[in-house]
Each structure stands twice: as C-alpha cells, then as structure tokens.
Design a protein around this ligand. Structure first.
Ligand code: NAD
Ligand code: IPM
Ligand code: MN
Length: 368
C-alpha cells in the first residue's frame, strides 16, 4: 500500500522520538512491501522561530492531505513567556481543532517486563490494561471568553460543550468498550459542574444503544485515586478534555514512565494524528536519552487505526515487547539487571527485532 505520512517533530525531544518512529515505519514498509512517503512540517516553538506562528498554514495544508500524521511534542522554556495565542502549545491545540480530531485514545498497558519499573507495587500494576478516551477539541481548552479583566486582577476561562460534542466522544467510548472488555467508566465532576451533569445525561441516553456494555459514573477525584490503587478495575474510561489530560499522565506510572504512553487523536473518517502522551522534556532534550517507545507505539497505532494494517502494528508492538523482555531500556526506566541504552539505540533494537526471524514467535508470546 502507498501511504503519505506527515511528520511534525516539534520541539525538545520531539525530533529525536519522531526520527526513531520514522525508522521503525521504514522497517515496516520494507518488511511488508509498502511504500511510505514522508514529509516534515514545522509546529510549535520551531514553527514560531521559522515562521513567526506556532501553526503555519503550510503545516495545516500538508496535514489535511496526509494519510497519517505523526507528532513529537511542542513547547519549552524558550517560548514560555510568549502571550497565550503565540505559545507553541497553541499549534498543537490548533491542529487538533482545525482537523476536527475530537477523540484522543490513550491506551495504558503494564508491560510484564516493566512491572518492577513502576513506583507502584507490582501486584497493583499486574494485569492492568485500560484505555482513556479523552475528548480533545472542547471544554476548558477552547471555551470563550478566556481573558484577564479588571487590570489583570480578575481572570476567566470557560468550560463549554455542545451536546453534539459530548455525544460523539461518548459514542466512540462505547464502541471502544465493545471491542475490549465491555466496561465503561464515565468520569466527571457532576457533584459540582453543570457540564458534568449534562455529560452524565448524555451517557445515560447513549447507554440504551449499547446494552452489551456495562457503564458506571465516577467522580474524577475518586477516579484519580482508584487509578493508582486498583488500576485493574478499569477497562475504558471516557472523560472531558482537561480531566483526560491529567488522568493520562497519572496513568503513565503504571507503565513505569511517561515515555511509554502512545496516543491517537482521531476523527470519524479515520484521519489521525498520532502523538506520544509526553511533552518535549526540555530537561533531557538533545542528549539522546528520551525513551522513543511512546512515539514508536504511536506509529503502530497509526498503522492500526488509519491504515488498517493490523499485522504490521502487531509486529511493531511485539518487537517492543521483545526488546523490553531482553531488558533493554532508556534512562527513564529502572529495570533491575537491565541494560541502559540511548534512545536511538533502543529504537534500533526494535527495528532489528522486527527483521529478525523470530518475530512470529514474538507475536505469539505477546498475545500468550
Ligand atoms: P514532559 O512530558 O515534557 O516531561 C515530564 C517529565 O517526564 C520530565 O522529567 C521528562 O524528562 C520526562 N519525560 C517525558 N517524556 C519522556 C521520554 N520520552 N523519555 C524520557 N523521559 C521523558 O512535561 P513537562 O516538563 O511538564 O512539559 C515540558 C513542555 O512540554 C511544556 O512546554 C509543555 O507544554 C509541553 N508538553 C507538550 C506536550 C505535547 O506536545 N503533546 C505534552 C505535554 C507537555
Ligand atoms: C497533551 C499535552 C497538551 C494537552 C498540551 C501540550 C497542550 O499536555 O497532549 O497531553 O494538554 O492536551
Ligand atoms: Mn498532557
């Protein structure tokens, strides 16, 4: 198959991790006789530096024509004092909004090889396998007005949702639950927020269409606690934009590192932007220390969700499992008896694993 992929490296460790993921995509193309073409565009701080805006028109136009988009990360101290509309993060929010990528899927699965790498007890993490379905183009992130008032003495942000915006993400979450373990936890703050009360109403209405899915409501503060005390309790979590952002970073501790968590930001027709959950990690940028696995697993999600290449995605995920089982890891993970390598070395190990002869066996092991 021929696919055109736009890469948005962004800032900090973004260029390092997207380079790693591109390498793995090239390995996939060679192995399965696909033709992937790549195009790189600016976003975030690097786009501010090169074009004076965090989201150049060229970038949006290229993404609109792409079959899939892979993003690294945006932001960094260099741009932290710019006004809100000029910040690097505005580029990421803008591309999500302009492409209508309303559903952010963030799978969190404890890898056996990393059970002891989590600060949580291994018995708490063992067997956890959940999916956070985060609403991505509404809520506090986009509501108007958002401004300082009264000479900077007052401030307002706005949490706004339309019923339509709630319905489509809740439908997505029910459908995700149907192909997993059929359990949906809707997370809100309905004891305080009117938006959450409406969210609950929509979930209650929608559940009639999905009688096979067991659904419950949970307040976000309680959900935050349960995520680290009993993560195995959850299958699919659906929640609004801000809560989903916070809960997904929290959930990353199950895997041992934020550098492990991939995500897909998708819309109904299948176009997707694939992005690690982590940020630009300015503290380690440029040192080849960044864990590339979140970006590599995001590329696998692109193959699965946008290109319908399930075997190819399985292959990448199995190779990641195999490399972790061999105890290779980057500095963010503490693996007893393991071998610490650089980000680029770890990515190379994944590609080597894919081209080695025992990949089928690895796929079997991964799903055993
Ligand atoms: P961060 O995710 O960049 O880093 C948090 C911590 O995790 C740091 O200690 C970092 O070194 C570590 N970390 C993150 N990814 C890692 C990886 N792949 N390998 C090893 N360690 C990793 O969050 P932050 O420090 O709060 O934010 C830094 C900048 O990134 C900010 O400008 C923020 O706005 C931006 N950000 C961007 C995105 C995105 O582009 N999707 C996401 C989150 C934060
Ligand atoms: C994420 C990030 C972004 C978000 C920021 C950088 C705008 O934290 O993708 O999780 O809050 O959505
Ligand atoms: Mn975040």
């Amino acid at each position: 198959m021929e696919k055109h992929i736009v890469i948005l490296p962004g800032d900090g460790i973004g260029p390092e991790v997207t380079k790693a993921a591109k390498g793995v995509l090239e390995t996939t193309a060679a192995q399965f006789s696909h033709s992937f073409t790549f195009e790189t565009q600016d976003i975030g701080g690097s786009a501010i530096d090169n074009h004076g805006t965090p989201l150049p028109e060229n970038t949006v136009a290229a993404c609109k024509k792409a079959d899939g988009i892979l993003l690294g990360a945006v932001g960094g101290p260099k741009w932290d004092n710019l006004p809100g509309h000029m910040r690097p993060e505005k580029g990421l929010l803008g591309i999500r909004k302009q492409l209508g990528l309303f559903a952010n899927l963030r799978p969190v699965k404890g890898f056996d090889a990393l059970l002891h790498a989590s600060p949580l007890k291994a018995e708490v993490v063992a067997g956890s396998d959940l999916l956070i379905v985060r609403e991505l183009t509404g809520g506090l992130y986009f509501g108007e007005p958002r401004e300082r008032r009264n000479n900077g003495q007052d401030v307002v942000d706005t949490l706004a949702y339309s019923r339509h915006e709630m319905e489509r993400i809740i439908d997505q979450a029910f459908q995700s639950a149907q192909v997993r373990r059929s359990k949906l936890t809707s997370v809100d703050k309905a004891n305080v927020l009117e938006s959450s009360r409406m969210w609950r109403e929509v979930v209650e209405e929608k559940k009639e269409n999905y009688p096979d899915v067991e659904v419950e409501h949970m307040l976000v503060d309680a959900a935050a606690m349960k995520l680290v005390t009993n993560p195995g309790y959850f299958d699919v979590i659906v929640t609004e934009n801000m809560f989903g952002d916070i809960l997904s970073d929290e959930a990353s501790v199950l895997t041992g590192s934020l550098g492990m968590l991939p995500s897909a930001s998708i819309r109904q027709d299948g176009l997707g932007l694939y992005e690690p959950v982590h940020g630009s990690a300015p503290d380690i940028a440029g040192e080849d220390k960044a864990n590339p696995l979140a970006a590599i697993l995001s590329a696998a999600m692109m193959l699965r969700y946008s290109f319908n290449m399930n075997v190819e995605a399985d292959e990448i995920e199995a190779a990641v499992h195999a490399v972790l089982n061999e105890k290779y890891h980057t500095a963010d993970l503490k693996v007893e008896g393991g071998t610490q390598v650089s980000g680029s070395e770890l990515a190379k190990k994944v590609s080597e694993q894919m081209t080695s002869n025992d990949t089928t066996e690895n796929i079997m092991r991964c799903y055993a």
